[in-house]
Design a protein around this ligand. Structure first.
Ligand code: HDD
Length: 679
């Protein structure tokens, strides 16, 4: 797919040199030899044994036998797209990073979203954190912002990461459950590692079941540093704010989608980009002066803490647009190698012990996953600026480094490749003064695990709180070990007694005992999804239509939806053309068999006649019931009324009838609202 952004996109131009199109070409071996036979191996007689000398058979089979590489140890299930980042205003006051200097400057990006726990083939709408990793191909080298859709993390020190992951992955003795945290070992880990409290509140919230990658926030999580040309440093946290707002599924729906369409999130992203609905996030930064490091009631190095946006505002500095799908998922999405240590001058690290450990882990994992030290040469990983050094050889080296000299310092090549001074763009680590004794310990300032968990709880709407209680009840309800269930309830009694007691009631253990409920009363409205943008754009609407439908009503409704930026499917009992009572013809896009109510944001029932009226009626009612249970907007056209009457749908919040005053505008508003909780 060619689009207007590509000409200016340096990464696109670079990738173009690696693309190959096999269509209309002769089949050859990897040595370029034309092949005359690709269906029958070479045999001694038609019914005889295959011969060793059949080099084409051997090459084809060997390559196939080696096609798989190890999946990522976490974040295995992911999907990515290309795009660009455009800067709104110069950040030179804070950082000398070249891509953050000139308003309007565009930098190519590649962004991969992922679930964490599930394996590569697992379903996508599971309850989990989502990875949100962005590679900026800047003129100074690659900068990776490897974040998540939640702003905090489970643990405070990277040394505990293998333990966390062992606990959440399928249990080792029976490899169950897949892509789920609802099992004994995960919750045993939580109860015995109470630093996880704040993250678990996020994990039990609706943020863990996003409606779309396009409707998630992203966070760099750690505190990083911006350093300007004068060497002055600020602490910084990064935020991605989706233009479409932050929206989620409901749990029953999420579970059903996993069966109906395990590719739901990747399909959503792929289709949006193919349809030209390019996806946008604004990049925001929170900044703290170095002198303010100790001014807060939390430690800014602690990755289990947010900086409340009401106290430290998010400054919006630019926009990322994803506008191009990959050509080949393995070559690009699977082989891309992110690393929080890929930085550019002007961006540096803090001493967050989780970040410090990550700086080791990411290169290390690529060595096994991508088979050696030359993964930076893979097309998707290559910087768009030149790179030269004395690193040589290793498995699958692509570059042919010419010349005699591969060491520093030298005189025979005039001591090149040469290092650069700071002024010439050389990366110089921030001159932070550090002193201390060697201790394997954690600062006391990291020991308050419950205040921000309570802040999060206080900031939730009534509905969000209910969903959190339900999520805990489901997850802890799946824990077989009653002692672990009790430990979890006792732990969250330290956050909120009402929450813990409700969960205790649902999972059959005692109300929290010995817990000390946090006394924090503060709220942060920015944490509630209720306060995010609400738009009808790209929402998916199914119009359920039979023959002899009301032409005008269907035409008006479809046009209204399309004009408001929604996507519309005409859905019926079978593919083909339907004819309205006055002769309007519409093409059927999907059928009751190929789709399901959970795959749409909204249902409009137009009614009409069917070949199999009983089945048509049952299917229509099923769609309506599901949409109603999942709080989705529903439109009822005149001929759809009998179907609605036979369903559980009541004329309440978010249910609109064509005869209502101002139906079309009200319907668009109802779709923008996303869910109607007052049912
Ligand atoms: Fe990590 C992958 C995000 C902590 C070790 N991580 C990975 C990916 C994302 C994150 C988005 C997938 C990148 C992609 O799409 O290829 N990880 C995070 C965040 C963390 C975090 C936001 C906490 C703030 N991670 C973390 C720790 C460690 C790792 C503490 C180990 C010390 N992460 C890895 C890894 C992975 C990875 C094992 C697996 C595949 C990969 O790196 O390339 O090295």
């Amino acid at each position: 797919m060619q689009n207007e952004h590509e000409d200016q996109n340096k990464k696109h131009r670079q990738l173009e040199t690696f693309r190959t199109d096999d269509k209309n070409k002769s089949l050859t071996t990897n040595q370029g030899l034309k092949v005359s036979e690709d269906e029958h191996s070479l045999k001694a007689g038609e019914r005889g044994p295959t011969l060793m000398e059949d080099f084409h058979f051997r090459e084809k089979m060997t390559h196939f036998d080696h096609e798989r590489i190890p999946e990522r140890v976490v974040h295995a299930r992911g999907y990515a797209a290309h795009g660009e980042f455009e800067l709104y205003e110069s950040m030179s006051e804070y950082t000398k990073a070249d891509f953050l200097q000139t308003p309007g400057k565009k930098t190519p990006v590649f962004t991969r979203f992922s679930t964490v726990a599930g394996s590569k083939g697992s379903a996508e709408t599971v309850r989990d954190v989502r990875g949100f990793a962005v590679k900026f191909y800047t003129d100074e080298g690659n900068y990776d912002l490897v974040g998540n859709n939640m702003p905090v993390f489970f643990i405070q020190d990277a040394i505990k990461f293998p333990d966390l992951v062992h606990a959440v992955k399928p249990e080792p003795h029976n490899e169950m459950p897949q892509a789920a945290s609802a099992h004994d070992t995960f919750w045993d880990f939580v109860a015995n590692n109470q630093e996880s409290a704040h993250m678990i509140m996020w994990h039990m919230s609706d943020r863990a079941i996003p409606r779309s990658f396009r409707m998630m926030e992203g966070f760099g999580v750690h505190t990083f540093r911006f350093v300007n040309a004068e060497g002055k440093s600020h602490f910084v946290k990064f935020h991605w704010k989706p233009k479409l707002g932050v929206h989620s599924l409901v749990w029953d729906e999420a579970q059903k989608i996993n069966g109906k369409d395990p590719d739901f999130h990747r399909r959503d992203l792929w289709e949006a980009i193919e349809d030209g609905d390019y996806v946008e996030w604004e990049l925001g930064v929170q900044l703290i002066e170095e002198s303010q490091e100790f001014d807060f009631d939390f430690d800014i190095l602690d990755p289990t803490k947010i900086w409340p946006e009401e106290d430290i505002p998010v400054k919006i500095i630019g926009k990322m647009t994803l506008n191009r799908n990959v050509d080949n998922v393995f070559a690009e999405t699977e082989q891309v190698a992110f690393h929080p240590g890929h930085v550019v001058p002007g961006i540096d690290f803090s001493n967050d012990p989780l970040l410090q450990g990550r700086l080791f882990s990411y290169t290390d994992t690529q060595l096994i996953r991508l088979g050696g030290p030359n993964f930076h040469e893979l097309p998707i990983n290559r910087p768009v600026c030149p790179f030269h050094n004395n690193q040589r050889d290793g498995y699958s080296r692509q570059t042919i480094n010419t010349g005699q000299v591969a060491y520093h310092k030298n005189s025979m090549a005039d001591n090149t490749p040469s290092t650069s001074t700071e002024e010439e763009g050389g990366y110089v680590h921030h001159h932070e003064k550090v002193e201390g004794r060697k201790v394997a310990a954690r600062s006391d300032s990291f020991k308050d695990h419950f205040s921000q968990a309570k802040l999060f709880w206080n900031s939730m709407s009534v509905v969000e709180k209910k969903h959190i209680v339900d999520a805990f009840s489901f997850e802890v309800g799946k824990v077989k070990n009653k002692d672990v269930r009790q430990q979890v309830v006792d732990m969250f009694g330290n956050v909120d007694n009402g929450l813990a007691s409700a969960v205790a009631h649902a999972v059959g253990v005692h109300a929290p005992n010995g817990s000390e409920e946090s006394t924090v009363t503060k709220e942060s409205p920015a944490l509630s999804m209720e306060n995010k943008a609400k738009l009808p754009d790209t929402r998916k609407v199914a119009v359920l239509v039979g023959d002899k439908f009301d032409d005008e009503e269907v035409e008006t409704t479809v046009k209204t939806c399309l004009d408001a930026g929604m996507n519309v499917d005409i859905l019926s009992e079978k593919y083909g053309t339907l004819t309205g009572q006055n002769g309007l013809e519409v093409e059927v896009d999907e059928t009751f068999l190929t789709m399901h109510a959970v795959l749409y944001d909204s249902i409009v029932v137009a009614g009409g006649e069917a070949e199999n009226p009983q089945k048509f009626k049952m299917d229509t009612i099923d769609f309506l019931n599901e949409a109603y249970k999942h709080f989705k907007p529903i439109g009822i056209l005149s001929k759809g009324q009998p179907f609605a009457d036979a369903s559980i749908v009541e004329m309440t919040d978010g249910v609109l009838s064509y005869s209502d005053e101002d139906f079309t505008n009200q319907f668009v508003k109802a779709v923008a609202e996303h869910r109607h909780w007052n049912r």
